[in-house]
Design a protein around this ligand. Structure first.
Ligand SMILES: [Zn+2]
Length: 107
């Protein structure tokens, strides 16, 4: 079973609203989540396919998971982005992305 990550992306930004540099694992997690934010916010609202090109970052049994992340706005609360890996069930919620550089939506 995967873990559920609830992430406020603002916690990973520095004073210039760019991603923190350190510590490295936090930086890599933040880059991963920003890729998800970009994909979901850039896609048109009527797009049915929820797949992304973002590769799962988990390494169960020391082997990289082959899954690609599936992500979308939450139906009930569109200010939340929900994501999961269909293979290993790693999953989470991202909040706080609206005013970041990675929000590609027009509205
Ligand atoms: Zn996975």
């Amino acid at each position: 079973m995967g873990d559920t990550w609830i992430t406020d992306i603002r916690h990973y930004l520095d004073e210039n609203e760019d991603l923190i540099q350190e510590p490295g694992p936090a930086r890599r997690l933040a880059e991963h989540l920003c890729s998800i934010i970009e994909t979901v916010t850039a896609r048109s609202h009527d797009k049915v396919d929820l797949g992304t090109k973002v590769r799962c970052r988990r390494r169960p049994h020391s082997r990289r998971c082959e899954g690609n992340i599936v992500a979308s706005f939450d139906d009930v609360n569109p200010s939340t982005i929900i994501w999961r890996c269909p293979l290993c069930e790693d999953n989470g919620y991202i909040i706080g992305w609206q005013d970041t550089l990675w929000n590609r939506s027009n509205s």
